[in-house]
Design a protein around this ligand. Structure first.
Ligand code: MG
Length: 291
């Protein structure tokens, strides 16, 4: 037994509540040492059809022959959830005052997601949420969960689908991906339609996942792309994308493509089928050295 575990077990004997210990005990119990799989097979009819050939890769967009990311059991979550002092807190568990709903027609309206028990929840038929404020280069943190009790017939892209869409254009997929195969570049943590996560550290339904994103916005000169956007992603503390360059705005098919846009745009949480809950969302503008 490690010293850390001894210490935790000793503290749990104390006659008062220690919240971070409760969280660890919960996660320890729910996370087996070896990830279990029911051996579900990939459904070829799941989600979008296959798209164009990806440059510099041997795969097409949503290639069904692309292997599923290797499953990894993540470590324990950080006990401290307080954002850094210069972060803009986009959701603190209380209200959606920093968000609006954007409908498919682009129209903005009051946010239509549910806020309950310290989380915001994507409910069926809700639109996408966008921040009132615009962001470019940023460090973003958020926690998300696909709840238990979902209809067993929902699988693949229909199980807990949402997304973190930087600048409303560049999607990191959110999906129930613990034991739910889908096309590899559409799994949780995928840069949708481009790269699967390097490994799959997704937790089971009912447990919180975290994304820590470093995003560099693309640079344009007039109509020309000068520098591609890039994403670094830690998924439950596990590196799944390492400063990878994006091909362009996420599109349905055939292939992502850049369209010039403003240096800062609102962050979006995708109103797909869900259900998905989010909490503890904060963002920091990255202003470089000596700023
Ligand atoms: Mg999505």
């Amino acid at each position: 037994m490690t010293n850390r575990r001894k210490f935790v077990e000793l503290l749990t004997l104390l006659p008062f509540s220690v919240p971070f210990l409760e969280m660890k005990a919960y996660t320890q119990a729910a996370n087996p040492a070896v990830a279990q799989s029911s051996g579900r097979a990939l459904d070829p009819a799941d989600g979008s059809p296959v798209g164009g050939q990806l440059p510099d890769q041997k795969w097409k967009v949503h290639d069904r022959s692309r292997p599923q990311a290797r499953q990894v059991v993540p470590g324990l979550p950080f006990a401290e959830e307080r954002p850094p002092s210069d972060a803009i807190v986009l959701f603190d568990g209380k209200d959606l005052s920093r968000w609006m709903t954007r409908g498919r027609d682009g129209k903005l309206s009051e946010p239509d997601w549910k806020v309950e028990n310290g989380c915001m929840e994507l409910v069926p038929k809700a639109g996408s949420l966008v921040t009132k404020e615009a962001f470019g280069d940023c460090q973003l943190h958020l926690d998300w969960m696909t709840p238990t009790g979902m209809d067993a017939s929902r699988h693949g892209q229909n199980r807990g689908n949402s997304g973190v869409i930087l600048m409303g254009k560049y999607e990191i997929q959110v999906l129930s991906s613990y034991d739910n195969p889908t096309y590899a570049d559409g799994a949780a943590g995928a840069i949708y339609g481009l790269y699967p996560p390097m490994v799959n550290p997704c937790r089971p339904e009912g447990e919180w996942n975290s994304y820590d994103v470093v995003f560099k916005a693309p640079r344009f000169e007039g109509d020309q792309l000068r520098k591609a956007a890039s994403i670094t992603l830690l998924f439950n503390g596990v590196m799944v994308h390492d400063h990878v360059e994006l091909l362009g705005s996420t599109v349905v098919l055939p292939l992502a493509k850049y369209q010039p846009h403003a240096p800062e745009l609102p962050l979006m949480l995708q109103g797909h089928d869900g259900p998905v809950r989010y909490k503890n969302i904060w963002i920091r503008r990255l202003m470089g050295y000596d700023a």
